[in-house]
Write a protein of this length. Structure first.
Length: 340
C-alpha cells in the first residue's frame, strides 16, 4: 500500500504555488502525494487549465500513476516513478500561464539522465505569474550561476486573454550548488520599457514617460510587436546592479486603464527602491526552491509575503530543510536556508 504525504492546498495563502512546489518535489524525492483543498482560497478553487496542464506534464515526465486529475478537481493522488528526459509538448488550451507549467517541471528535469526540450503553448504574459522576460533575464541567470544547464526561447508572444504563445525550455542534467550573494551596492541601470501589440501609440508612450519621471530611471524604450501577437502590453522597469537583476511589471490591455498599469509598476518600484535591496519579494519566492535543492544559502530581501511563507512551509515539509526569515533592524529580512 502506497504511503502518501498529505498536502493541504488551503495552507497559508492557499494558491497554486502549493501545488507546483509539492508536485516538483514529489518527482525529485520519489514521495507520493495526496493533495487536497487545491487552491481553496481562490475565487475559483480546484485545477484550472494551467494547473491541470502542469500536473499532466508532471505525470508525463515522471511516468507517474495518478487518480482524480481532472479539470476543477480539488484533490488528487500522485505517485511518481522515474524522471524521463526527452522532447515534450504541452498545450494549456487557454491563455493560462506557460511559465507556471514550466516552473513545475524545470527542477525535476535536472534530475533526468538525458537532456530535455519542453515546448509549452499558452500565455507568456499573465498577471500573477512570472513573464517570459522575468524568467529569461532574472531567474534563469541566477539558476545558471548555481550550475543549472538551461535555456529558454520565446517562440511566439501570447497576451492574456488571447494566449497562443509558445516557449521552449531546454534542460540538461544538472546539479545545483549554493549561490553566494555579493553585497548589494545599488542599481546602476534602470530602464523603463513597454512591449505592446495592437495598443495605441499614445498609450504606450504615456506609460514609458510616466516611469521616466522616477529619478533612478536611466532610459525609456517602446517595443511594438506584429499584430498577430494579440492585443495587450507589459510595462517593465528593468533594474541591474552588480550581480543583481530585477524586473517589475504592470499588465495592460484594451480594457485596462493606463493609470492602473503605471500605478502597479510605481508601487513595486517605490517598495524595492525604498528598501535598497537587490532581491525583491517575488524573486525571493522564486529562489526558495532551487536554493533548498542546493542545500543551503542566504540572501537579504524585503519582508516575506504570505506566498513566500507558504512556499517555504511546503518545501520544508517535503525536503526536511529549514527555511528561516529573520527580520533586521532596517526593516529588511534575511532568508536562511539550511539542511542542518
Amino acid at each position: 500500500m502506497t504511503d502518501y504525504i498529505n498536502i493541504d492546498g488551503s495552507l497559508g495563502e492557499g494558491g497554486g504555488q502549493i501545488l507546483r512546489s509539492s508536485i516538483a518535489l514529489s518527482m525529485i524525492t520519489g514521495k507520493a502525494l495526496h493533495v487536497f483543498n487545491i487552491r481553496a482560497k481562490r475565487s475559483k478553487p480546484g485545477l484550472l487549465r494551467q494547473h491541470l496542464t502542469a500536473v499532466k506534464a508532471a505525470i508525463a515526465i515522471s511516468q507517474a500513476e495518478a487518480t482524480g486529475v481532472q479539470l476543477g478537481a480539488t484533490e488528487f493522488w500522485f505517485e511518481p516513478k522515474s524522471i524521463q528526459g526527452g522532447d515534450y509538448f504541452f498545450a494549456i488550451g487557454s491563455a493560462g500561464s506557460a511559465s507556471l507549467v514550466m516552473q513545475t517541471i524545470l527542477y525535476p528535469l535536472m534530475f533526468a539522465s538525458v537532456a530535455s526540450a519542453v515546448r509549452v503553448e499558452g500565455g507568456t504574459y499573465n498577471d500573477f505569474a512570472p513573464t517570459y522576460d522575468f524568467l529569461q533575464e532574472v531567474l534563469l541567470p541566477y539558476l545558471q550561476r548555481m550550475g543549472a544547464k538551461i535555456t529558454l526561447v520565446l517562440d511566439r508572444y501570447g497576451f492574456y486573454p488571447q494566449g497562443g504563445g509558445h516557449m521552449t525550455l531546454t534542460v540538461e542534467p544538472s546539479v545545483l550548488k549554493p549561490i553566494k550573494f555579493t553585497e548589494f551596492n545599488g542599481w546602476h541601470d534602470v530602464i523603463a520599457e513597454s512591449i505592446a501589440c495592437r495598443m495605441p501609440k499614445e498609450t504606450v508612450g504615456q506609460q514609458v514617460k510616466a516611469l521616466q519621471r522616477i529619478p533612478e530611471v536611466t532610459e525609456g524604450k517602446e517595443t511594438r510587436l506584429p499584430s498577430k501577437c494579440g492585443t495587450g502590453n507589459v510595462l517593465y522597469l528593468r533594474l541591474k546592479g552588480g550581480d543583481y537583476s530585477e524586473l517589475l511589471v504592470g499588465f495592460g490591455g484594451a480594457r485596462v486603464a493606463t493609470a492602473t498599469v503605471i500605478k502597479a509598476v510605481k508601487r513595486q518600484a517605490n517598495k524595492l527602491l525604498g528598501a535598497k535591496v537587490g532581491v525583491g519579494e517575488y524573486l525571493a519566492d522564486q529562489l526558495l526552491l532551487p536554493m533548498a535543492l542546493a542545500g543551503s544559502g542566504s540572501f537579504e530581501t524585503m519582508q516575506p509575503t504570505q506566498h513566500s511563507l507558504t512556499n517555504a512551509a511546503v518545501i520544508g515539509q517535503l525536503l526536511g530543510i529549514g527555511i528561516q526569515f529573520k527580520s533586521s533592524e532596517n526593516g529588511l529580512c534575511k532568508v536562511i536556508i539550511d539542511s542542518g
